[in-house]
Design a protein around this ligand. Sequence first.
Ligand SMILES: CC(C)(COP(=O)(O)OP(=O)(O)OC[C@H]1O[C@@H](n2cnc3c(N)ncnc32)[C@H](O)[C@@H]1OP(=O)(O)O)[C@@H](O)C(=O)NCCC(=O)NCCS
Length: 167
Amino acid sequence: MIKKSRRTVSQGKPVKSSQVEMTELVLPNDTNQLGNLLGGKLMHWMDIAAAIAAQRHSNRICVTASVDQLSFHQPIKLGEVVILRASVNRAFGTSMEIGVRVQTENQLTGATKTANTAYLTFVAIDKQGRPTRVPPVIPETGEERRWFEEALKRRERRLILRTKKVK
Ligand SMILES: CC(C)(COP(=O)(O)OP(=O)(O)OC[C@H]1O[C@@H](n2cnc3c(N)ncnc32)[C@H](O)[C@@H]1OP(=O)(O)O)[C@@H](O)C(=O)NCCC(=O)NCCS
């Protein structure tokens, strides 16, 4: 009989094991009166893509703890395709930073544009609803190592902000 493998949290997982690609079509119900994608709708898609990446990495239910500052640089128009790519940049104790990169595609011209990037922090939760430890991330490429290093600096800023708000 083959024994089931039991992964311990000390074993790391590569970034590619949490990668998510989600593709959406901007429909009339997703837009405002100007035919632009609603910011809240985009945030919803980003949250879902990030949650799937966090859960792929941790194999746990994960909740959104925070979203770093999010800016909308240019409108995304009705009929455009939105491609969201998410992966875990770095895992800490029970929390993970997820990077979500948003690209738009005009299907009539084939042109693609980067719309924005956001960083979300998710916390893995156990069956009792308590934060639970997650495996470390193993960055493999130059870009993943950069995301990994920068994630630590962003976490330090986030924790300072959190302490200030709790006071
Ligand atoms: C996120 C949550 C689980 C954290 O619980 P908590 O009791 O504050 O737990 P802790 O203080 O032990 O922190 C747990 C981890 O979350 C991180 N964390 C907590 N708040 C954070 C924040 N605002 N930003 C970034 N990380 C945060 C901590 O740094 C810690 O990470 P680490 O283990 O990697 O060091 C809890 O606040 C919660 O359930 N929030 C609601 C989540 C939710 O419903 N999300 C949907 C929003 S609509």
